[in-house]
Design a protein around this ligand. Structure first.
Ligand code: NAG
Ligand code: NAG
Ligand code: NAG
Length: 272
């Protein structure tokens, strides 16, 4: 329940931020009616904005994610710093959102940006990758979603190529298999117990930073993105395990890249 609630809090906060910031009559019923979206057909990405007023930003937004990070347009910013993170082991629940699989935490630590704490609430995966680097799509993209107490969001994205198994996913692989079986019993979550996010804390010497949005409805903007420059590796079996529980229309769950509309992508690179 705790984790379910945590996810609900995130979902609610996002919707709140997005369009109910000035409304007091938001109730839980209303959130429950947020329409289903997918990655193909008449609920696919090009239709998201028209599925609901709640999702309007998906089509009206001018600072949407993901994007193609074109290297020769990236500007190095010497004021950027290594990311400061303090993650710790936390009770986790594996949740099948239908459109992706997420590992949801109560509070698994913080990302500290300019003295502001963003709590790590959730990690989830997209395949193939959503962000592209110089036109190149990767096999998988992991998102670490952090939220500050004022509701503002910061996401860390890690790109994966097929190769050796990823130890971070290996720890939940049997739970992913269980979750896939539970689809038939309408069970959409499985307790994982204490999950150690320590390995995720390993810092990067290179990242791209830009201001964008959530890549799923309601496509809320002003998300601070950090895309790590160094990819990790994942096995084919692990990709299948991540896909197995989600809906047929969401097996490929990456939103197409969005226009930059004049946004600047900045680079932090410790070694150049
Ligand atoms: C961990 O989460 C599960 C599932 O939400 C819950 O049943 C359990 O009580 C939690 N354990 C702790 C120590 O918080
Ligand atoms: C909230 O709504 C009221 C009444 O519609 C309006 O006067 C006020 O300017 C709005 N506040 C914000 C922050 O949008
Ligand atoms: C931010 O996180 C750090 C590290 O956990 C902690 O020491 C600090 O008290 C937090 N600050 C606030 C305002 O919560």
């Amino acid at each position: 329940m705790a984790a379910r609630f945590a996810f609900f809090v995130v979902a609610s906060a996002l919707l709140l931020l997005h369009c109910f910031a000035n409304s007091t009559d938001l109730d839980l019923e209303e959130l429950g009616t947020a329409p289903v979206f997918s990655y193909s057909g008449n609920t696919g990405p090009d239709k998201w904005g028209s599925l609901s007023p709640l999702y309007a930003t998906c089509s009206n937004g001018k600072a949407q994610s993901p994007i193609d990070i074109v290297k020769n347009k990236v500007v190095r910013n010497k004021n950027l710093k290594p990311l400061r993170r303090e993650y710790y082991p936390a009770n986790a629940t594996l949740v099948n959102h239908g459109y992706n699989v997420g590992l949801v935490f109560g509070n698994a630590g913080v990302l500290i940006l300019n003295g502001k704490n963003y709590t790590l609430l959730q990690m989830h995966w997209h395949s193939p990758s959503e962000h592209k680097i110089h036109g190149v799509t990767f096999d998988v993209e992991l998102h670490l979603v952090h939220m500050a107490s004022d509701g503002s969001l910061a996401v860390i994205a890690i790109l994966y190529k097929i190769g050796d198994a990823d130890p971070i996913i290996a720890k939940i692989q049997s739970k992913l298999a269980e979750l896939a079986k539970e689809v038939f019993t309408n069970q959409d979550q499985i307790a994982v117990g204490t999950y150690d996010t320590w390995k995720l804390r390993r810092n990067t010497r290179k990242y791209y930073r830009y201001i964008g949005s959530l890549t799923t409805p309601p496509c809320t903007e002003n998300v601070i993105w950090h895309i790590f420059g160094k990819e990790r590796s994942i096995s084919k079996e692990q990709i299948e395990a991540l896909k197995a529980p989600v809906k047929a229309t969401c097996k490929k769950n990456s939103r197409p890249v969005q226009p930059l509309n004049g946004r600047q992508v900045e680079l932090f690179d410790e070694f150049s």
